[in-house]
Ligand binder design. Structure first.
Ligand code: ZN
Length: 66
């Protein structure tokens, strides 16, 4: 069993999606329009908590096993 690749939160800023994604699965949270630094920090905090709780195996559609 290889646990050398922990999941990481990745910031994605694109045309169709802006927010946090998981490095290992399809998990993601779309960022709303945030006008202030306080709002950004609050959003990031919630996103971080949600990220910690999610299970990669439940969010991955395509199996990595052959
Ligand atoms: Zn994940």
């Amino acid at each position: 069993m290889n646990i050398a690749t922990p999941k990481r939160m990745i910031w994605v800023d694109g045309d169709t999606f802006t927010g946090w994604c998981c490095s290992l699965c399809e998990w993601g949270v779309t960022a709303p329009r945030l006008e202030s630094t306080v709002a950004v920090l609050a959003f990031n905090r919630v996103a971080q908590e949600s990220f910690e709780k999610h299970g990669c195996d439940k969010h991955t559609c395509q199996s990595g096993h052959a």
